[in-house]
Each structure stands twice: as C-alpha cells, then as structure tokens.
Design a protein around this ligand. Structure first.
Ligand code: ACM
Length: 713
C-alpha cells in the first residue's frame, strides 16, 4: 500500500511536470521551471510602478476572463503589495507611439511576476498567462516557466472587409478580443468598395445614404471600436479604396466618375470597372474634405487608400480622360494612376498621416514614406523594399482562400519566394478571364535577394479576409482558429516552425477562443442545424468529413443558378479547416504504421469509419425530405465507399494480406477525385482554371483514408 501511494505521488509529479505549455504565439524565449502555479480564489493582482486606467481595466479583464476559464472566483486588482497578491505586475512607464510590447513573465508555485517597460507589454504578458493556465479535472494551474518575450514584427495585422458584407460593431469587438489574445496589433478595416460605403460622413452624407443598404458605422460607432481596440493594444487602420472599387460612392456622387452615370446599387458590370476620374479637380477636392474628416475620426498615424485592381476600362472609354493623358504625356493607365496616387498622397500628408496602399501603387517616383501592402506576390514585397518602402506582406495570408492553418504557417513574411503566381501558371492563364476581381498581372514568384537594410523594411504581415462570401454570422469561423497560427508567424522567432506542435497548441487555443466569447464553433453549429432542417445529427456526421473547396473556386461559381445566398450553403457552415480530420489523419498514420497497435487508436479509427459508412442510408433519407441535401448525395455515397475501403484495408492489414490490385485501383480512383481540392498544393490560378468539382465542398477526409488504403499496397 505504502509503495503504491509513493508511486502515485511520483506519477502525479511526472504528469504535473509534463503539463502542456499551450502558449500561442510561442514566446521568444521560454524555460520550464519545476512546479506549477495553482489558480484558486486567492488570486489577487497588484500593479506597481506606472499605472493608468487602461492598465487597470486590462488587469480586471484578465481576472474576469480567468474566472470564466477556471471557475475560480477571482478578485482582480488589490492594493500594491497586498499580502495575498499572487500576480505582481510592474510597469516601468507610460506607452509611447513606438510601442514596446516586450515583457518578462516568471510563473512559480508561489506566484507570478510580470514586468514590462510599457502597458502594452503588460497586455501581452497577461495574454500569455491566460493561455498558460490549463484546466483539468484536478483543477486549474499554469506550469512554472520563465519567459522573455517580444515580437519579431512590429506590424501584425488582420484586414476585415466590412464592405462586401457589413459586420456589426459587436461582431468586430469580439474579433478584437481574439486579436488581443494572440497578440495581433493592427485591425485594418476595408471600409468602402463597389458594394457599399460603410462609414457615416457628415461632409458627404450621400456616401452612405445612397451607397449602402442602410448598414454602416456611425461616427460614434467608429469611436467605440477605436477605443475598444486601443484598450487591447490594437490599432485601427481605415481603408478607403480609390480610384477603383468605388461604385458605391458614385451612386450618390456620379459627377466623380470616369464614365457618366447614373450608377445603381447591386451587381452589374460597373462593380468591376467603376472608377474615379483622375482628370477632374473636383475629385481631389472631394477626397480632401472626406479624408480630412476621416483622418480626424481615426486617430492612427496611417491611412490606407487602397489603389488595387483598377481595370482602366472606363478611363480608356472616356474622351476627356484620354485628352488629359495626352496633354500630360501619360503613356498608359499605370502612369495615370501614378499621377492620381501622387495627388492623393499630398492630401493624406496634408492631414498628417502616413499613406498605405496595395502594391499596385508601387511606381517609380512613389515617395519612400509611403507604405506598400504586398498582395499579388512576394515579388511585389521585394520590389517595394528594394525601392525603399516599408512593406507589409499579405499575399500568403488570404484567409478567404479557406486553406489550412499550416499553409499560411509555412509562409514567412520576409521570404521573397513564398507566394505568387508561377511562370507556368502565368502561361496557363494567358487570355483566360478569371473573374471580375482577379487581375493576373505579370507578377511571378521566385527568390529576390534583399540586403539586411531592405529586409528591415519589411514591417510585418497582415492576414486578409475579403467578405464576398462571408456574412457576419460566418466571420468568426472564417477567422478562427487559423488566425492564431498566422499570429504566431508574425510574433514568434523565425525558427518556430514545428507544424505538429503548432496544431497541438492550436487545439488548446481554439477552446480558449470560444471561452472568451468567439463564436466560430457555435455559429457553425447553428448554421448547420438551420441548413439540415431537422437532420442535424446526420448532416453533422457528413460535415465532419468535408471542407469548402479551396482558393477562389467558390467565387467563380457565384452566379450559378440555384445557388443559395451567402450564409445559407452547407459550405458556409463548414470550417475552412476541419481540425477533427487532422486528428483523424494523425491516428490513421499511427494505425497504418503499426499493425499491432496502439489498439485504442485502431479501435477509434474503425469506429469513425463505421459511423461514416453507416451514415449513407440516413443521409439519403434526409435528402429525400430536404432538397438542399441532394447535391451532396454522390459525395455521401463516396464517403461511405471510402469508409468501407478503409475498414477493408485495416482487415487486410491485420490478416497480413496485400490488397488485390483491382481493389486498390478502384479505391485510389475514388480518393483521387478529391485529393487535389483537399490539398493546398494547387496555386490560385490553377485552382480557378481547373474543372471545378460538382459541389462547393470537397471530401477532405479522402486523403487520410487513402493512407490506410496505400498501406496494404
Ligand atoms: C486585393 O486583394 N484586391 C488587394
């Protein structure tokens, strides 16, 4: 008995010693210490050194969030050096404009010490401490650690397109909570586009009166968003996209347009081609007054003017614009846009801001204090840095491609060959229309050597979520948890690249994100139930095996007759990356590699395959009642066939038999149908040019089952 008790204590100690560290982004430096800090109702925090109200709110917020996570009632901020203080925070001084986000955090069984130069560092340290706490049946505790942390990049952004689909204030505030947790610091709002203008202008009221469906942010809304973000260490960068993407402006103010009006809300050819007229002085007077108003409303030092995807069609068709170009000696639309950009630059500068634009604004002579946001290829990022511009890299981080977190995670912001259209794809794409928004410029990927000084101009990265296919209800699910992996790429040292470890931590962060109030799982479930109309269990089983088709495959199918509106398709309810499939793949690899065990893993794989196999008939019954399910009947049948094949493969394996060649051929033909769309290997252009699958979903579990099949080859 005595020995057993000793053993139990020893095992408990070992288990405790192995408590996982689930911090994301991974800290710059971290050392494990013996023991752990137990979170219970004795929790008090104290702040010494510099303190202000924002900092006190942050600590109170932390205590509230930790209470919700652990179930312990925590009392928040105590008097400095109070007896029961367990989290001692020391902040050296107030924040400055060039914010210092570094901090040190030491967690021991006796308590926690968090030190920072500025309040921002305290925020970052509290986010780490929140994540460190593991909740188990034994209680809540953080493993003892010593951390020294600071960001790799100063710009760690997220762009949300609130123009294509309006995102209500509360939905945005929730995303800012998530951003704070994973230490992102820039929220870039794409506030206007062809579809709508989303901020109240008192100077030009028709921008929203005529250029929105009544869904826009009042100036008070904006002040609320900005203040909320500021409290959480997040800057808000506004974007007003000019001169293209401006149709919504022209509904109320057609006199600004390159092509005579009238303009109307709704989908028509003007969506892609409507453009401001760069030859009219009136346009610059309009922008001066608007940008003056908006520069005062958004306190950030930067101001984004868009500048992307000007098709030039309306410029080419306008005799007065053509005459203007001739008079100025402009050879092409790019020189005309460069002139426009130069005029807008003067306006933005006059209002005290640093201008940012998408990489199309990069032209010889662009003032070097303009920041370039690269999106078409990493080559553009390199070009901008070579020309002396500060650069934000975005191309590899387009969340609307609905790719797995690992795809983005592998892309480094300073890698000049990471993202772009390959020369081979360019060749394939020649002369092929690929949708109203895709301009295939001569941008190709490939390494471009940069000097250390040029590398230093790369200020960070920004993920982008364009919302053509994203409703407010879908927002959380299209962002989280993948955004956390990208946040790690922007914050953590370049050497942090272990993808398995990233996914392990992502699963924990996924739960934390739901705990702090994000709705990615909840809304997905609600949408699925609505879609399934009473068949939630059956459709849910099917949905666990699929993902939306990748890149812009769904965009190019938008005008298909009978397609449900955004937010009403099964592909909308389905997460971009199904973490359950990833877990299944891990188990399959283990089962395929080891015929004799681990038995519990083999049992679980069999159980999953059996559930999928047996879902076929129920799905067919549901589809007989619910017409929306019918397009997925072939995929449901394929799932059942593959599940059967997976079970057969496991039996072959257990009997130490090789599979018959004919059997193998049949199964691989089936998995082959889904392999390409399920993988992120295909490029953007390639994915658009290829014949699209019959539905907006791909059977994402197929490659995992293929592993089992190939193991008995
Ligand atoms: C962009 O994706 N049009 C910047």
């Amino acid at each position: 008995m005595k020995n057993a008790a000793v053993l139990a204590v020893l095992i408990a100690a070992v288990v405790r010693g192995q408590a996982p560290v689930n911090v994301m982004p991974a800290p710059a430096r971290m050392m494990r210490l013996p023991g752990e800090w137990t979170v219970d109702a004795t929790f008090r925090a104290s702040i010494t050194g510099y303190r202000d109200e924002s900092l006190e709110r942050a600590v109170q917020r932390f205590a509230t969030a930790l209470s919700a996570k652990t179930g312990a009632r925590l009392d928040g901020v105590a008097a400095p050096d109070g007896k029961s203080t367990t989290v001692r925070i020391r902040c050296a001084g107030p924040g400055r404009d060039a914010a210092n986000e570094s901090y040190t955090l030491v967690v021991r069984s006796a308590g926690v010490e968090l030190k920072a130069q500025e309040p921002l560092g305290v925020l970052r340290g509290l986010a780490t401490l929140y994540e460190l706490v593991n909740v188990t049946t034994a209680g809540a505790a953080a493993p003892a650690v010593s951390i020294e942390d600071r960001p790799r990049f100063e710009w760690r952004g997220l762009m949300i397109d609130v123009a294509r689909h309006f995102m209500p204030v509360d939905d945005l505030l929730r995303q800012i909570d998530g951003m704070e947790m994973v230490k992102l610091n820039v929220l870039h709002l794409h506030l206007s586009d062809a579809q709508a203008f989303r901020v109240e202008s008192k100077v030009w009221p028709k921008l929203t009166a005529d250029g929105s469906e009544g869904l826009f942010y009042t100036q008070d809304d904006i002040r609320r968003i900005v203040a909320y973000a500021q409290d959480r260490g997040v800057r808000v960068v506004p974007e007003f996209d000019v001169p293209g993407h401006t149709k919504a402006w022209l509904v109320g103010y057609p006199e600004l347009a390159a092509k005579p009006g009238p303009y109307h809300m709704g989908a028509d050819a003007d969506v892609a081609h409507a453009t401001l007229d760069p030859s009219k002085e009136q346009v610059y007077e309009f922008l001066d007054r608007l940008f003056g108003e908006m520069a005062a409303l958004f306190p950030d030092r930067t101001f984004h003017i868009g500048g992307d995807e000007v098709t030039g069609r309306h410029w080419a068709a306008s005799p007065s614009i053509q005459a203007f170009m001739k008079e100025k000696g402009f050879a092409d639309q790019h020189q005309l846009q460069a002139y426009f950009t130069g005029r807008v630059y003067e306006i933005v500068r006059k209002h005290g801001k640093t201008m940012i634009g998408w990489d199309e604004i990069l032209r010889p002579g662009l003032p070097t204090d303009v920041v370039v946001q690269a999106w078409r290829s990493s080559k553009m990022m390199a070009r901008a840095a070579i020309d002396g511009h500060a650069v934000i890299e975005s191309g590899p981080y387009y969340l609307d491609f609905v790719l797995p977190a690992g795809y983005h995670y592998r892309m480094d912001p300073v890698d000049t060959a990471s993202f772009g259209i390959s020369a081979a794809e360019m060749e394939m794409a020649k002369g092929t229309p690929i949708g109203p928004y895709m301009t295939v410029d001569k941008v190709v990927s490939g390494p471009t050597p940069l000097t250390p000084a040029q590398q230093g101009l790369i200020k960070g990265g920004e993920a982008a979520l364009w919302s053509e296919l994203v409703t407010a209800e879908m927002l959380d699910g299209r962002l989280w948890p993948r955004m956390a992996a990208i946040a790690e790429r922007f914050w953590s040292p370049k050497t942090v690249v272990d993808e398995d470890d990233m996914y392990r931590r992502l699963a924990a962060i996924d739960r934390d994100l739901e705990t702090i109030g994000l709705r990615h799982r909840t809304n997905s479930r609600l949408m699925l139930e609505r879609f399934a109309a009473g068949y939630g269990a059956t459709v849910g089983i099917f949905a666990e095996t699929v993902e939306p088709i990748k890149f812009y495959g769904r965009h190019s199918r938008r005008s298909q007759p009978g397609r449900p509106p955004e937010g009403r398709a099964l592909a909308d309810a389905t997460p971009p990356e199904n973490l359950a499939i990833r877990q299944f793949e891990r188990e399959v690899r283990s089962a395929a590699a080891n015929r004799y065990g681990p038995q519990e893993v083999r049992d679980h794989v069999r159980a999953m395959l059996t559930v999928w196999r047996d879902n076929e008939d129920r799905f067919a019954e549901a589809a007989a009642e619910n017409a929306a399910l019918r397009p997925f009947l072939p995929m449901s049948r394929d799932l059942a066939a593959l599940a059967r094949a997976g079970l057969e493969a496991m039996t072959f394996q257990e009997q130490r038999k090789r599979a018959p060649a004919r059997w193998l051929e049949t199964q691989l033909a089936l998995t082959g149908k889904y392999k390409d769309q399920a993988s992120a290997a295909a490029g953007v252009v390639y994915s658009i040019l290829r014949p699209q699958p019959a539905t907006e979903l791909t059977l994402a579990v197929a490659p995992s089952i293929e592993i089992l099949i190939k193991a008995v080859k």
